[in-house]
Design a protein around this ligand. Structure first.
Ligand SMILES: Cc1cc2nc3c(=O)[nH]c(=O)nc-3n(C[C@H](O)[C@H](O)[C@H](O)COP(=O)(O)OP(=O)(O)OC[C@H]3O[C@@H](n4cnc5c(N)ncnc54)[C@H](O)[C@@H]3O)c2cc1C
Length: 611
């Protein structure tokens, strides 16, 4: 097992003697298989490149799939001999619909860099004939102005994106394949040598994307950088464009029309801005965590109690809003720390949260109210989304207030937010499998995190690993497809390309995260708890005094409206009461009193725009 270079977690198929032939012969897609040996040093070194390649072309798999087979495993000795493998690694490709007698064609290209292999994959596809063309692969050939110009002005039930590029460019074909699993948009390509097309569309730069809208209008697609990643991301973000789930990959007419495939969410839709973080999501996270997730642990004792205390301390010290939530967590923290008990019944925690604190006007919102975390139907997004959001906010707050954890005992750890998160997820998070995955990742690299900046980036990177893994899975909300985050529309300067491969500019990512998850980017709109009122002598807090209408004005890059549903109005905050969810009233009444003396007085600094 120690020698295994690839696991089921990797975005590729692991083949063996028994599965090779049934998989690659008569398949509706082509296959690219790396025959390797787990003892070969070069194969070990190359494995990370192969995994990156597999991730890069994961969305192409209905046309061409990536696999590995370990020839060092005894059970595979015979099959490697039968397929003529003499050196490691050997790359072989199998055309779609190939007969069982086909032992594949060996790739002897100049190099094995990701870009070269990706281009090889495009060439393999284009070498198919009409008769054996992979079933789900659209045409990769360029179209001419004669075919394209008549489409101008026509109405349709989907977008058509025309990529106009130089003859040797691969971008158009790669973007066509990147969008293979998405409905609501069709991608075609044309060449920069087609002068009538260039004249009509007034295209002078290459590659360019020209977009034909469903309503018959047509415009150039604006991207910050003319790179494959930017084109693919922008097209995936078009309204109504969504990832096909495995069950509807045969592109049912409903998904083609951009309709949501599942039952609509009965909750009223709340318009929101993707470039903001909503306190309602953070409050709902704590509401769920304290009243639902924790409720499954009747008695908190020993290690569990310690982990819960640490979590409460962390939120008390780092939660960015200064209102009821902090006061509540502070009171809870004081209470937990003052008790000499080794065991605390969960019911006592609940009683404190629901009843005792309410007497002094401190309360946590009474319901789940997802905003940035609302899903297109019940059961999607919600709590896990808000938990990620909460911990991202805490990593950024820790960076903005480095002394906030002093004298809590947490400051001795290099990455206290991550360590508390790790222990919380392992012990309390309801999704056991998520906890197992997260623990694996933490065990592999969390101990290497030494600075607050690395702490922010570690969590961002880990979250993206999960996004990659879950893209296209059943938990992927079609309205919010899982994808590398932040998207180019949120942060163009976070994305670059090196040797044809997408890379992150980590400096800009860090800058973006510090802004996105900062206190000044928190929107109180839809919040369930009363905002902190600035004391007469204090400067008004820009977050808390901003009127909801100002937050909510349309036109921003990230504004997210859901079609067909009425938006919910800004609600009145109301407290939690055990029997009734509807009772009104209850102010924060001095909820923030004394807070600044107990928490670090430093404010988070917004590094400004310009991403
Ligand atoms: C610790 C943890 C581990 C999980 N592991 C699994 C698992 O193994 N299997 C499984 O099926 N589900 C897992 N989940 C749930 C899953 O990751 C999603 O949270 C859930 O499917 C809801 O997805 P979402 O579309 O709301 O976006 P989420 O992934 O929940 O993201 C929430 C919001 O965070 C922002 N965001 C997205 N990516 C990043 C990033 N890289 N850095 C910073 N911000 C980002 C975006 O604004 C996004 O809307 C896990 C959740 C958590 C908290």
């Amino acid at each position: 097992a120690a020698a295994r270079l690839y696991t089921e977690e990797d975005p590729l198929v692991i083949l063996s003697s028994s599965s090779l032939k049934p998989t690659v012969s008569n398949s509706s897609s082509a296959w690219l298989v790396q025959f390797y040996s787990s003892w070969c040093g070069h194969c070990i070194q190359y494995s990370s490149t192969w995994k990156t390649l597999a991730q890069d072309v994961k969305d192409w798999q209905q046309a061409i799939s990536v696999a590995v087979l370990d020839c060092a495993q005894e059970e595979n000795f015979d099959v490697c001999r039968d397929y003529g493998i003499k050196f490691y690694p050997t790359f072989k490709y199998f055309r779609a619909h190939s007969p069982p007698t086909d032992i594949g064609t060996t790739y002897r290209g100049a190099d094995r860099e990701i870009q070269s292999v990706r281009r090889l994959m495009v060439n393999i596809l284009q070498n198919h004939t009409r008769l054996d063309w992979p079933e789900h692969c659209p045409s990769l050939e360029p179209l001419s102005s004669v075919e394209l110009l008549p489409l101008l002005g026509q109405r349709s039930d989907h977008y058509t994106a025309v990529i106009v590029e130089k003859p040797h460019s691969y971008v158009g074909r790669e973007v066509i394949l990147d969008l293979l699993q998405f409905s609501g948009v069709e991608v075609k390509r044309a060449l920069s040598t087609d002068l009538p097309l260039l004249d009509t569309l007034k295209i002078t730069d290459f590659p360019s994307v020209y977009l034909l809208h469903p309503n018959g209008t047509h415009t150039p697609l604006h991207v910050d950088k003319r790179l494959r990643f930017f084109f693919s991301s922008s097209l995936r973000m078009l309204p109504g464009v969504q990832r096909r789930h495995k069950s509807d990959s045969s592109s049912s007419s409903a998904s083609q029309k951009g309709a949501l495939p599942h039952k609509q969410n009965p909750e009223p839709w709340r318009d929101f801005d993707r470039s903001k973080v909503y306190t309602a999501d953070l409050e709902s996270a704590l509401h769920y965590l304290l009243r639902v997730e924790l409720a499954t642990h009747n008695m908190l004792e020993g290690e569990e109690l310690k982990i819960f205390k640490d979590f409460v301390t962390l939120v008390t010290k780092l939660y960015p809003d200064g209102g009821s939530v902090v006061k509540l967590m502070e009171t809870l923290s004081d209470w937990l720390l003052s008790l000499p008990l080794q065991r605390i019944p969960y019911q006592a925690v609940l009683d404190l949260v629901d009843n005792k604190m309410r007497i002094s006007g401190v309360f946590l919102g009474a319901e789940l109210r997802w905003v940035g975390c609302q899903g297109s139907r019940v059961g999607l997004r919600g709590y896990p989304c808000s938990l990620w959001t909460l911990f991202h906010v805490l990593t950024v707050q820790h960076d903005a207030m480095p002394t906030a954890l002093d004298n809590t005992g947490l400051e001795v750890e290099a990455a206290p937010v991550l360590q508390v998160m790790r222990r919380y997820i392992r012990t309390f998070f309801g999704c056991e499998e998520c906890g197992r995955h997260f623990e694996q990742a933490a065990a592999a690299s969390m101990d290497k995190v030494e600075t607050r900046e690395q702490q922010i980036l570690w969590l961002w990177n880990q979250h993206n690993m999960v996004n990659y893994r879950l893209a296209g899975s059943l938990s992927d909300d079609p309205l919010f497809p899982k994808a590398p985050w932040p998207s180019p529309s949120l942060c163009a300067s976070c994305h670059e390309e090196k040797n044809g491969v997408h890379v992150w500019n980590q400096e800009n990512v860090l800058r973006f995260l510090r802004h996105h998850y900062s206190a000044s980017n928190l929107s109180p709109q839809y919040s369930l708890t009363p905002p902190r009122l600035p004391a007469p002598h204090q400067d008004p807090d820009p977050v808390q005094t901003r009127r909801p209408q100002e937050e909510h004005r349309g036109g921003g890059v990230g504004e997210m409206k859901k079609p067909e549903q009425k938006a919910e109005k800004q609600p009145e905050p109301r407290p939690w009461t055990p029997g009734s969810q509807r009772r009104e009233g209850g102010g924060s009444g001095g909820a923030h009193k004394g807070r600044r003396s107990r928490r670090s007085g430093r404010r988070c600094v917004d590094p400004g725009d310009g991403f």
